[in-house]
Ligand binder design. Structure first.
Ligand SMILES: O=c1ccn([C@@H]2O[C@H](COP(=O)(O)O)[C@@H](O)[C@H]2O)c(=O)[nH]1
Length: 275
């Protein structure tokens, strides 16, 4: 999916919500456990219930890897079920020496090899350019580079001062030599709202993937006010607050209501701040 296609979806549906498919078999409603593939059945119902109100889905790969071969199978079926109109993110946080990164890229971007055909993958910048560039060798695929994450520990390294700015700002500056806003996004946590204004001076055009609203307490209004650009430029992720909004037979209805609530709020912010 291209930058323009993503913006077209956002404008048409008045939402920049990304639903996180962090599906933990220990947390899904018990009536699904009798299904042949409970994780896929859960995801399928969540997707059916929320697709109208979001533009993106982000399975966090940890939740699938933890289940071994069966988890990879559920992941593949889930990815195939997501409508082509929705931008897909493999939240895998990979990155290694170039030779190995090439194999990670193949895992998420080459369906003839792995069966997976994601639009994008999250990548850690720590090992530098040669660890990221192999992901960019796939046409029409995106790298989403970790910049300023939502967790407390983000200050351990990401906010360390390097020359005249913090390490995460250097990540934003230097990585722009590797790809433009049409192929690269950045992860910035919703819990870091005061930083968004500064971030927008460094990367005015890029999309930011923003996890941390809902369960982590980030403020959607603040993120939107300080982070939005003229092409929206935001994909705001919520995982647990949507997919586990209910735990009974009506779990998907509850998820739909939660996604609808966020979409309604986002429609207001698009009118106010997408300029
Ligand atoms: O900085 C980051 C980067 C990634 N994540 C991931 O996003 C979701 C958030 O889930 P919630 O349930 O909405 O809190 C999850 O997959 C994280 O691993 C993040 O939270 N922060």
């Amino acid at each position: 999916m291209t930058y323009q296609e993503l913006f077209t979806q956002i404008s048409a549906k008045k939402t920049y919500l990304c639903v996180g498919l962090d599906t933990d078999i220990r947390k899904i409603p018990s009536h699904l456990l009798q299904e042949a593939d409970p994780v896929f059945e859960f995801n399928k119902q969540i997707i059916d219930a929320t697709a109208d109100y979001c533009v993106s889905y982000k399975p966090n790969i940890a939740f699938y890897e933890a289940m071994g071969a069966k988890g990879w199978e559920s992941l593949q079926k889930t990815l195939e079920y997501i409508p082509a109109t929705h931008f897909t993110i493999a939240d895998a946080k990979r990155g290694d020496i170039g030779n190995t990164s090439g194999l990670y890229a193949r895992t998420f971007f080459d369906p003839t090899s792995s069966g997976l055909d994601f639009d994008s993958v999250t990548v850690a910048p720590y090992m530098g350019s040669d660890s990221v560039i192999p992901f960019l060798e796939y046409e029409n695929k995106w790298v989403i580079l970790l910049a300023l994450t939502s967790n407390i520990g983000s200050s351990d390294f990401q906010r360390l001062q390097v020359e005249d700015s913090s390490l995460y700002e250097q990540v934003l500056k230097i990585s722009q030599q590797w790809a433009g806003a049409d192929r690269m996004m950045y992860v910035v946590g919703a819990t870091q709202a005061p930083e968004f204004e500064k971030i927008r001076t460094i990367v005015p055009d890029h999309f930011l993937l923003v996890p941390g609203v809902g369960a982590q307490g980030g403020d959607l209004e603040e993120v939107s006010r300080f982070g939005m650009n003229s092409h929206c430029g935001l994909l705001v992720n919520a995982s647990r607050s949507i997919i586990y909004a209910g735990n009974g037979i009506d779990f998907s209805q509850k998820a739909r209501q939660e996604a609808f609530k966020i979409q309604q709020e986002m429609a207001t912010y698009l009118d106010l701040y997408c300029k």
